[in-house]
Design a protein around this ligand. Structure first.
Ligand code: ADP
Length: 453
């Protein structure tokens, strides 16, 4: 559309401008020739065939096609046309009529590959119009230049049109090919082939969309893998206590004359397994709620009272395990969250500390403010965490030592609950080993005190 307009403009504007230039130059040359002739006739009181022929003989060769001189009535006194001279006849050319009315006249026409220009002026004697001079020029030289320009422009336009058509065809084919590649990739991924990637090179918008699509698919694949792993881990975790329960009930049912003490022991084990099951399901529910962003509306919570409450509770467990549990707090530690969440986070970390340190160990909890963060750290002098496991410790069901964790009643979900809860409130959780041995878990929430920004 746009290109058509450009081509039309290219084929008209330069031609119109050159035509106009030719018209103007014709007007000046022709009018000056006419005025030269008028000058040579001035001084005559009356125009006759003889005196006009005499006067005109002096005028230099003008190169004009035809020159007419008429008297005041329009009768031709002088005509340069060799064949069919119209001397003696009356002329009613508009230009001649105009001149006889006292006006200079000029017209120029471009027709049939020739410029036809006509000019005329009155001949005056003592302010009386005694006749008119009329000049006519038929020019094909400039016209052929113009024709040449016209045909060059036409050829150029043809070349431009062909190039544009080829180029746009090529571009649109490339574009269609890319889009259909992208569509295929989208369909494949929709069908579940998450490993499929759109292979579109380049730096145009389509390639950018393909890159975005690929990174979206990457995320989808990661999420899907995590979901699958989670489902298989969760079923495995649930299967183990269930299998134990079945084994124990079968033993009770199939052993004849089973003594009450053994029965009691088995039933106690069944109870313990059932309790583990309910702990796992509780933790799973908690995680699902976090995944679905079902969070309590955040309120300003002062972390210290919650910490003190957890410490009171945990100190009994610590005493029992002969672990030295201490805590210190400084600064105003207010965060935007819910009291239950804070409780859960501190509880999980402290419980792990006490659980994995064992008798004779020490767990130190500290709460402080660091610039815009409220930082809680739980450090112990237990076995620590192998360096290669540090990155994965917050994953669901991830345990360093499965048997030890199960024996200690762990579900493998405690740390992922901590990490998810803190992240949902704009904070983060980290695990590290202490230089002198033992692990340290650090959690930071954005500080939301009275004068926090
Ligand atoms: P669990 O229910 O097994 O404790 P967690 O998610 O709380 O699950 O912890 C994941 C794993 O991280 C644990 O199984 C344990 O191997 C390791 N871990 C957690 N806390 C500590 C700690 N304080 N010292 C050493 N290892 C720890």
């Amino acid at each position: 559309m746009g290109i058509t307009a450009v081509l039309v403009l290219l084929n008209t504007y330069p031609l119109l401008v050159s035509q106009d230039l030719v018209f103007r130059s014709k007007a000046t040359t022709l009018q000056s020739s006419v005025s030269v002739m008028v000058n040579s006739l001035s001084g005559l009181d009356e125009l006759t065939e003889e005196n006009v022929a005499q006067a005109m003989a002096v005028v230099e060769e003008t190169g004009l096609s035809r020159i007419l001189v008429t008297d005041s009535a329009g009768r031709i006194l002088y005509d340069t046309r060799e064949t069919g001279s119209a001397v003696g006849q009356y002329t009613f050319y508009t230009e001649v009529v105009q001149a006889l009315l006292g006006n200079d006249a000029f017209t120029c026409q471009y027709k049939d590959a020739a410029f036809r220009s006509r000019a005329s002026s009155p001949v005056l004697y003592q302010s009386q119009i005694i006749g008119a001079v009329y000049a006519y020029e038929y020019d094909t030289e400039q016209a052929s230049l113009l024709e040449g320009l016209r045909s060059n422009l036409l050829r150029l336009s043809g070349i431009i049109a062909v190039v544009v058509v080829c180029l746009s065809g090529w571009l649109s084919r490339a574009l269609t090919r890319k889009i259909s590649q992208l569509l295929t990739a989208i369909r494949q991924v929709r069908e579940g082939a998450y490993s499929h990637r759109a292979d579109i090179r380049g730096r145009d918008e389509i390639a950018q969309i393909a890159q975005e699509f690929n990174s979206l698919t990457d995320r989808l694949q990661t999420t899907e893998n995590a979901r699958r792993r989670f489902v298989s881990d969760a079923s495995h975790e649930l299967k183990t206590p269930l299998a134990a329960i079945r084994l124990l009930t079968d033993s009770i049912l199939q052993t004849e004359n089973i003594d009450p003490a053994t029965t009691r022991e088995f039933v106690t084990d069944i109870g313990a397994e059932a309790e583990r099951l309910s702990r796992i399901t509780e933790d799973l529910l908690r995680l699902t709620r976090l995944d679905n962003s079902v969070l309590e509306t955040p309120v300003r919570v002062d972390v210290l009272p919650v910490l003190e409450q957890v410490m009171r509770m945990m100190s009994l467990v610590a005493q029992e395990k002969q672990v030295d549990l201490t805590y210190e707090a400084s600064g105003e530690c207010t965060v935007l969250a819910s009291q239950d969440e804070i409780h859960q986070v501190i509880y999980n970390l402290t419980e792990n500390g006490v659980k994995y340190t064992g008798s004779g160990g020490a767990v130190q909890v500290s709460l402080r403010r660091e610039e815009t963060w409220v930082v809680l750290s739980v450090a112990d002098n237990g076995p620590g965490i192998p360096e290669e496991d540090l990155d994965r410790i917050f994953e669901r069901f991830y345990r360093v030592d499965k048997a030890r964790s199960r024996a200690a009643g762990g579900t493998g979900l405690g740390l992922s609950i901590v990490s998810d809860m803190v992240k949902k409130r704009g904070g983060m959780a980290q695990a590290a080993n202490r230089p002198g041995g033992g692990a340290v878990f650090t959690v930071r929430w954005p500080w939301k005190g009275e004068d926090a920004s």
